[in-house]
Write a protein of this length. Structure first.
Lengths: 272, 193
């Protein structure tokens, strides 16, 4: 008797594992991770049939029922896919991805507006909006309380600042802003003509942290005003490409925040 | 004669009331539900809607009926067997805008482009796809950070839906405003300019 049961126990645990695998695959199909036709439903049913006579515990029967239920969902998805493929909306997702890569942003927008019929809606103050606003003001702490949480302390009275002091603090500069921009732009063009590429970090990082920040600030203006552009490489490198003259880009500008932390600067300085 | 004028005035009043109900946003979503219209306009509200449609037609506008999510299928088509018990009526543009007009309405070209990519990709995936897949696709053209923001914007405005498992699907606004068949045809036919 003992000998008869031992191989069966091993057999059953393998069966449970197989059923759990089927359930897992079915869930992946439901979450659109796999194509529903990748699952061999016939084979899965055979596995269910193979182990069904050996189940004795309630848990095993529940697992069996759960597997069958998940399989039925996959069959439903297969049916939906077949119906969808026969409709005019069908397109291969991979083909579409390649298409999107080739089409320009403007072209895609043009396509969209052709089949877009926006809803007409006049915004107005609603009862819900008034209630939400009231709730907001009710819960808002007084200014003093909010400032106390920020621990700002008492602020001093405004005072006059000497020019020399303002220069020391970096609030103002003897050089005009446009002149500073021009200087950095010329430097960038020189660097570009020399090496054919300008690495953002190499160009920005300087011996003092404040100078590094100043350069980053000026470069951001050069990019925004169309004196240069930034290229993001797949390996994460950021390259600057100066233009010979200011260009007005037709397409929308994209904001791209770059964090220039003290840690990064210190790291660079140690290496340098 | 008098009866006719009374009947006309009564009808004109109903049309005005219907226009107010559909055009002024009162809740989170624009338009009005069918039961709401029935309550305010009476049993023949569908007839009033048809008449309003004729009136608005001259202004390149139309009355649209969309099936609420609870009773519609994954692609926005009514599911069989449950009937159209919950419908929403909206007023929308009959024709289409030019890119310039869309920009004047506050839409960025990038956003429109990203929306067209997201919607067509979801359609090709039968209406549902993991959010990370959509973001990855958008990131190629718009950058990773912007892709995440764009998906959030589309969800907030009702063009996309996100469930608790991170699956994206087409939202009520897409079903109400976008001609999905034309979009797919135009995308597939498009050649790089």
């Amino acid at each position: 008797m003992e000998n008869k049961h031992k191989p069966e126990r091993v057999h059953l645990s393998a069966g449970r594992r197989e059923l759990l695998d089927i359930v897992k695959t079915c869930r992946a199909v439901e979450n659109r991770e796999f194509n529903p036709f990748l699952l061999d439903v016939r084979r899965a049913i055979e596995i269910l049939r193979q182990y069904f006579p050996y189940w004795k515990d309630l848990d095993d029967y529940c697992l069996d029922a759960q597997t069958l239920n998940e399989l039925s969902k996959v069959i439903k998805l297969q049916n939906t896919q077949l119906r969808f493929q026969s409709s005019s909306l069908y397109a291969d997702p991979e083909f579409l991805e390649r298409k999107f890569e080739r089409l320009s942003v403007k072209r895609l927008a043009e396509i969209f507006v052709k089949c877009w019929h926006p809803t007409v809606e006049l915004e107005q103050l609603t009862l819900t909006a008034v209630e939400e606003a009231l709730e907001y003001w009710r819960n808002l702490l007084p200014v003093e309380e909010r400032f106390r949480r920020l621990q700002l302390g008492r602020s001093s009275q405004p005072q006059a600042l000497e020019m020399a002091e303002a220069l020391r603090l970096g609030v103002t500069s003897t050089e005009g802003f446009m002149k500073m921009l021009d200087k950095v732009w010329s430097e960038m063009k020189k660097e570009y003509s020399k090496s054919g590429e300008v690495d953002y970090w190499e160009f920005t990082l300087r011996d003092s942290y404040s100078e590094t920040l100043r350069r980053a600030y000026l470069i951001s203006f050069l990019l925004t005003y169309g004196y240069a552009r930034m290229l993001l490489k797949k390996n994460g490198r950021m390259l600057l490409e100066p233009y010979e003259a200011q260009r007005v880009e037709d397409r929308q500008l994209v904001s791209f925040p770059i964090s220039i932390g003290m840690e990064r600067w210190k790291e660079w300085k140690q290496k340098a | 004669m008098e009866t006719e004028s009374v009947g006309k005035r009564f009808y004109a009043d109903k049309l005005k009331q219907a226009a107010h109900l559909l055009l002024f946003k009162r809740g989170k979503m624009p338009g009005a539900k069918d039961w709401e219209l029935k309550m305010k306009l009476g049993r023949n509200y569908e007839e009033v809607m048809n008449q309003l449609n004729v009136v608005l037609g001259d202004l390149d506008l139309e009355v649209r009926k969309i099936i609420e999510e609870s009773v519609s299928g994954p692609m926005g088509f009514p599911s069989t067997g449950r009937g159209e018990t919950e419908a929403r009526f909206l007023v929308g543009l009959k024709g289409s805008l030019t890119l310039r007009e869309a920009r004047m309405c506050g839409w960025r070209i990038d956003n429109l482009s990203a929306l067209s990519v997201a919607i067509s990709y979801l359609i090709s995936k039968q209406g549902k796809a993991p959010r990370k897949d959509v973001e990855k696709l958008l990131a190629y053209k718009f950058g990773r950070w912007r892709a995440m923001t764009l998906v959030d914007v589309f969800i907030r405005s009702g063009y996309l839906n996100e469930d608790e498992t991170g699956l994206l699907s087409l939202g009520w606004r897409t079903r109400a405003e976008v001609d999905l068949k034309s979009l797919m045809t135009l995308v597939l036919e498009a050649r790089p300019s």
